[in-house]
Design a protein around this ligand. Sequence first.
Ligand SMILES: [Zn+2]
Length: 407
Amino acid sequence: MYQTIMDYIETHQESLIENVKKLVSIDSTNPGVFEKEAAAELQTQLRAAGISFEIYEPFEKRVSVLARMDASQSQGGLLFNGHLDVVPTGDLSQWESDPFKPEIRNGRLYGRGSTDMKGGVAAFAFAMKAVKECGAVLKKPVYLHAVADEECGGRAGTVHLMENHRIPSVDMAVTGESSTFKGEMALVRTCAGIAAIVIRSHGKSAHASKPYEGNNAVLNMARVMLAIQDSFKVPESSVDPLLPAPTFAVGTQIKGGLKVNIIPEYCEAMMDLRTNPGMTKDGVEAQLREIIQKVREEHPEVNAEAECTMWDNAALLDEDSFAVQKGKEAIRRAVGYEPECKMRSGATDARFLNDLVPCLVAYGPGDALIGNIHGSNESVGIRDLVNWAKAYANLILGVCGDGDANE
Ligand SMILES: [Zn+2]
């Protein structure tokens, strides 16, 4: 059955390319026009493939498409997660062709979203279609979530689905973010977490000619920031060879004071933290409270607090986990070589999904090194697209197939 499906994808690749082109030709810039039109095109493709789906629209124009293939069992299975939104095109004069008029040159399809990630979304849907058309027997269900809002934090997409209990309890999930490296298919199983911290310093205003009557919130902030810089502890080494060591940057943004001749009563500073799976929001906030308390012991005029305003978990799947092993097997069956796990910068929706189901951080078409993701002349390799559609179909069989029936 594996061979039958791969042959199907090989001989029907024109229709996959056509589907990618149609999705790329619809502007779904976020922020901007958003996903509704692109979602409508995907619905057309799913309908043509006979795959059932529903629409999820928590806010106007913010559409996610939730598709599924049922099986003999209702539990477990596989979830494909991809996003329909794209980042803005940037300076149009830097593009060799219109970003929304997909063009094929030298074996690559150019256009905004070709890699990130309409190529992946189309390949997911095409793999499902191929499995269906070839009559494979499924024991467990397959889900495709083509979501809104990945490029701006996921709150109108994957996060909304999670908060409203719409993530199925599958055996594993993948995001279709690019994980081909100079033509070589690979997997990404880790990504660092991101946190933003705001420090607020409160003082008392006064005329600048009488500074002793006020309490300078900016000066106090300086003491707090330097203390954090000197004594905040992040783990020095990483918990996994594919994760960078955590970092923090104090004072990446600061506001305070109204006028040169007024003692400032308020100051606010930001701090950026890149985390490891072992770090927690509560732990970070507690450490900051302790540092500020120490500053106050020497400088009681300091009145400051720190709050974590954003916390996105790090993601980590072990090399020998079920999801990584199944992901490798599906690629091996598609292209005949053993894929490696690689490091890739940039967070994906996997950082949310991983709280609920084991999810590969990036597993999809588009070249993380030469695809120019988020830049001008973004592109995806045609061969790469076809190979990933095969890997996805193999993954469906590997995770959801009825082994014996599909031999
Ligand atoms: Zn993406």
